[in-house]
Ligand binder design. Structure first.
Ligand code: SF4
Ligand code: SF4
Length: 72
């Protein structure tokens, strides 16, 4: 299971639940549940959803690993 590397913010006002972003998410982190786009904790911050959303309804924030700041 991939580590959580990103945090997704969904603007439910803009999201029209077109189901595009779930199809581009490599970790199946996005799903439309009961007519609402839902995100889980599998985001790897690939930014696909943000790139492909036609309505600018989803934003990704990268989470940095604070445990090993000196290793790259
Ligand atoms: S950034 Fe990538 S992994 Fe994260 S929710 Fe969007 S498509 Fe999925
Ligand atoms: S692509 Fe955008 S509008 Fe479509 S379901 Fe995803 S967030 Fe909502």
């Amino acid at each position: 299971m991939p580590r959580k590397k990103g945090q997704v913010a969904i603007n439910h006002k803009y999201c029209k639940r077109c189901n595009i972003c779930p199809q581009f998410c490599p970790t199946s982190n996005l799903e439309i549940v009961k007519d609402k786009l839902t995100s889980y904790d599998r985001c790897i911050a690939c930014f696909n959803c943000e790139r492909y959303c036609p309505d600018l309804a989803i934003e990704v924030v990268k989470i940095y690993n604070v445990k090993t700041p000196s290793t790259r």
